[in-house]
Ligand binder design. Structure first.
Ligand code: CAO
Length: 559
């Protein structure tokens, strides 16, 4: 067994390329032609193959290194049937088509910009129309388009990437031979391209023309002053390019329009594992996705699926694709607050997991309101304001005790119903930072004043971001009251793993038939959403009936 150097082969004219990924580790056994590392030039990313079969003993290059032909990037111990001499290994590698893809990526530039420019079709006032065709693709044919890098109406510079294609061996960007404005795009993602195929139409600026100056100005990112009409044309492109990277996690919802930077090996791995590269945050140079990112993403997704927690993108339901909003008008992106992100996930998880039904009822609270208002002076003495909420809490606690099928959680994995012997109720509080749900414990054991004081204190704490985690846990049921704001009814989302939630809307005077005549009564709209797996419709109607009876005659709350 002999040790041999692993050298960068002929790069087909490219002076220096950047190492963007090391594919193998020390100790790995490789076959001849197995990819060792991925390098990237301006135009293409390419995997460099092993010069022979054997075992990797040393890797001397690291991600970010600039390498050129002949540089030693590692050592390997040639296997019994592989390797050969240093020279033959390198020579072999020089002949590999994948190593040459870099060369073609560069050569293709010259070709398209110098020779393969089609003759002008039409000239009008400094611009002309051109149909851009696919240049030579290093002998490859039927190469699929994996990304379209421009949109119709974009103003672009010569050499800007138009589309990205991917062969078995290399990912290549086809650059624009002209500066100008993108017209009709004639290909779609997935289309297979060969040399000479039509890519897109462009309005190309003639040399020295007045319009050229305008376009070049607009396409020059450093230009400070732009004409308004050009600015609006450029905006979508800028917005896409400047989309901020999501923070904090390897996996994020896809950023529509964002480019995916990944080499062929990574793309292959992602395909094999069924991972959507658009959802993966790259940790390599310039945000490039490396294999570790794909593995971390897949591990994270599996963990979430197993724990039933995390970012819910829907049980196999395709995500919602966002358009590039900046094409419709000015937009600004800002990070979600932690609470907003958590609420969004909780809502989606509940919506996707729980078959929701909402039962509506009006409770006559005319007498309750008379009583409540009569407590005003007492409340002022105590320093506590009596709102309808404590009555609702008390009525719900009584209804939960009467209909214990509402005081459960479902354990679908173990096929069990968890029955709770306590009655803790969450109250949804609208805060400047988002929705928070503090929990009042043992509501059944507390009086109205105690509940009024505790709910006011918890709401204040929620608004001041002072709630402790324990104060937001353990609820059996939730009340969400929009009564102080308005509305006639709504369909709240169950706060899983609870199985029901009571929505309360604004009380209003309504004519109620008493058998002889209409009476003006203060009616409180109730909306009970429930998990139809745990609760049947008849029980839901019973629950709201019990609530309306209790609120209609609050003396029964004492029974
Ligand atoms: N009908 C008519 N008036 C009502 C009412 C109802 N159903 N409920 C409350 N009110 C009145 C109160 O009596 C009070 O009036 P006065 O000042 O004249 O006495 C006023 O509305 C404001 O009440 P409040 O909101 O301060 O107090 P509350 O105890 O009713 O509610 C709380 C407390 C924390 C539930 C509430 O402030 C809140 O944040 N509600 C929003 C909850 C929410 O966002 N839910 C949505 C979740 S899903 O997105």
């Amino acid at each position: 067994m002999s040790e041999q150097e692993i050298k960068i082969p002929d790069l087909g004219g490219a002076d220096e390329v950047e190492v963007i990924e090391i594919i193998v580790s020390v100790g790995d056994s490789v076959e001849e032609e197995d990819p060792i590392l991925t390098v990237e030039s301006d135009k293409a990313s390419v995997e460099l193959p092993s010069p022979g079969a054997g075992k990797i003993t040393r890797i001397t290059a690291k991600v970010g290194d600039k390498v050129k032909e002949g540089d030693v990037v590692g050592m390997m111990e040639a296997g019994a049937d592989g390797g050969g001499s240093d020279d033959s290994g390198s020579d072999e590698a020089e002949e590999k088509p994948e190593a040459k893809a870099v060369e073609k990526g560069e050569a293709k530039q010259e070709e398209t910009s110098e020779e393969s420019k089609p003759a002008p079709k039409q000239a009008s006032g400094g611009s002309r129309k051109e149909t851009v065709k696919v240049p030579a693709l290093d002998g490859f044919e039927n190469v699929p388009v994996i990304e379209i890098n421009v949109s119709e109406g974009d103003t672009i510079k010569a050499e800007d990437p138009l589309v990205t294609v991917e062969s078995d061996k290399a990912t290549m960007e086809i650059p624009s031979p002209y500066a100008g404005k993108v017209g009709k795009i004639l290909v779609s993602e997935g289309d297979k391209l060969s040399e000479g195929d039509e890519l897109l139409e462009m309005t190309v600026q003639e040399d020295g023309g007045d319009e050229e100056a305008t376009v070049e100005e607009a396409s020059d990112e450093s230009a400070k002053e732009k004409k308004p009409e050009q600015e609006s044309e450029e905006k979508p492109r800028q917005a896409v390019e400047s989309t901020p990277e999501p923070q904090g996690a390897t996996y994020e919802p896809p950023t529509p329009g964002a480019k995916v930077h990944a080499g062929p090996a990574v793309r292959k791995l992602a395909r094999e594992l069924g991972a959507d590269l658009a959802r993966i945050r790259g940790s390599g140079p310039k945000g490039r996705i490396i294999k570790d990112d794909v593995h971390a993403y897949v591990r994270g997704q599996l963990k979430q699926a197993q724990q039933g927690s995390g970012v819910a993108t829907g049980s196999g339901i395709p995500g919602v694709k966002l358009p590039d909003f900046s094409q419709f008008g000015e937009v600004k992106r800002e990070a979600m607050s932690r609470i907003m992100f958590a609420t969004a996930n909780n809502m989606q998880r509940s919506w996707l997991n729980v078959p929701h039904v909402t039962q509506f009822e009006d409770a006559d609270i005319t007498d309750m309101e008379d009583f409540r208002k009569a407590q005003k002076a007492a409340g002022e003495k105590k320093g506590v304001k009596m709102t309808p909420l404590p009555f609702l809490l008390k009525a719900c606690a009584t209804a939960l005790a009467e209909l214990p099928q509402f005081n459960v959680s479902l354990d679908m994995e173990r096929k069990e119903v968890v029955r709770k012997k306590y009655i803790h109720i969450g109250i949804a509080v609208d805060t400047p930072n988002g929705l928070m749900v503090p929990v009042i414990r043992d509501v059944d054991k507390k009086g109205l004043w105690e509940l009024a004081a505790e709910s006011a204190e918890l709401a204040q704490k929620a608004r001041g971001k002072q709630l402790k985690p324990a104060e937001m846990q353990g609820a059996c049921f939730t009340i969400t009251s929009l009564g102080g704001i308005g509305g006639t009814a709504f369909t709240p989302i169950v706060n899983t793993p609870e199985v029901a939630i009571l929505g309360v809307s604004k009380a209003a005077m309504k004519p109620v038939w008493d058998g002889k005549e209409f009476q003006p009564r203060l009616m409180l709209p109730l909306s009970l959403s429930y998990d139809h797996r745990a609760v049947n419709g008849a029980d839901a109607a019973r629950f709201t009936t019990v609530l309306s009876q209790l609120l209609g005659d609050i003396r029964t709350l004492l029974l």
